[in-house]
Design a protein around this ligand. Structure first.
Ligand code: CP
Length: 306
């Protein structure tokens, strides 16, 4: 039963509950019109303390396409946060006005903290370098869409594995499926944090490398990510590392013909635009699937049906 629950990290939901969401998302994709009024009269608060394009717009679009409405901010300085109101008080107040809250914040743990003060479900839309569970729902629906399975997949995750919250969430989620193998591809300075590796120990195999050209050869999925400028203390260090990996058409051609290239986006330089028209590049479709999976998530947490 998902009604009334929070989504703070992807493992909050069982594999069966995730399947429920994906089944509904696929049904929405097949017949969106059927769902166009199911959230009539419902309100979603969108509280973004950090910039976003995909997550904010896809949640807003999801709620509008379900017949609901959206209120909120993408700049907290337009709210009473600027007058010093605490996050706890903001949460209590906003949850009295709406049916569901979606929030992004630069500090790890904020969504969980807000959920303690909210009288309605809270969805974590990204908390610092920690987790981004609705990106993971997006990623899983994309994997299901292209690979038709979650099992026996070799997944290369490439780029900023230290700060990449989408990667931390995806790795935790995919480690729950059968026979998952990860290749962590990063420069030494941006390696996967120990706590993430500990969490998947005994659940999934992994290896680490800084050689994308070699690693790409036998992957089923290559998950690229940008170097997270906003999490660096030193701008010099960011500049030194930002173009460490650039996926070009030549590099992609070392991969299998049924490889898929995913990216949570935004992209900076790490995928050359000449890759975009390759059939293996699925990142723009991935973004669109994110809207459908968020429609399904909102419906499930609100307990609304057709
Ligand atoms: N993938 C993702 O979270 O994108 P935004 O930062 O644009 O929301």
């Amino acid at each position: 039963m998902l009604k009334g629950r929070n989504l703070i990290e992807p493992t909050n939901f069982s594999l069966e509950e995730l399947d429920e969401i994906f089944r509904l998302a696929n049904d929405i994709i097949a017949d969106e019109k059927k769902y166009s009024k199911v959230c009539d009269g419902k309100l979603l608060a969108s509280l973004f303390y950090e910039p976003s394009t995909r997550t904010k717009f896809s949640f807003d679009a999801a709620m509008y396409r379900l017949g609901g409405n959206v209120l909120g901010f993408s700049d907290p300085n337009t709210s009473s946060t600027a007058k010093g109101e605490s996050l706890a008080d903001t949460t209590v107040v906003v949850s009295n006005y709406v049916d569901i809250i979606v929030t992004r914040h630069p500090k790890e743990g904020t969504a969980k903290y807000m959920s303690k003060y909210s009288s309605v479900p809270v969805i974590n839309a990204g908390d610092g370098g920690h987790q981004h569970p609705t990106q993971t729902l997006t990623d899983l629906l994309t994997i299901d869409y292209y690979k038709k399975t979650f099992n026996n997949l070799k997944i290369g995750v490439c780029g900023d594995l230290k700060f990449g919250r989408t990667i931390h969430s995806l790795v935790k989620a995919m480690a729950r499926y059968e026979n998952t193998e990860f290749v962590f591809i990063s420069p030494e300075e941006l390696k996967m944090p120990g706590y993430v590796k500990e969490e998947i120990e005994g659940k999934a195999k992994y290896s680490e490398t800084n050689n994308l050209d070699e690693a790409i050869k036998d992957l089923d999925i290559l998950y690229m990510s940008r170097v997270q400028r906003e999490r660096f203390v030193s701008e010099e260090e960011y500049i030194r590392l930002k173009d460490y990996f650039i996926l070009t058409k030549d590099k992609l051609n070392k991969g299998k013909s049924d490889l898929i290239v995913m990216h949570p986006l935004p992209r900076v330089n790490e995928i050359s635009t000449d890759v975009d028209d390759d059939k293996r590049a699925v990142y723009f479709t991935q973004g669109k699937l994110g809207m459908y999976v968020r429609m399904a998530l909102i419906m499930k947490l609100l307990g609304v049906e057709v």
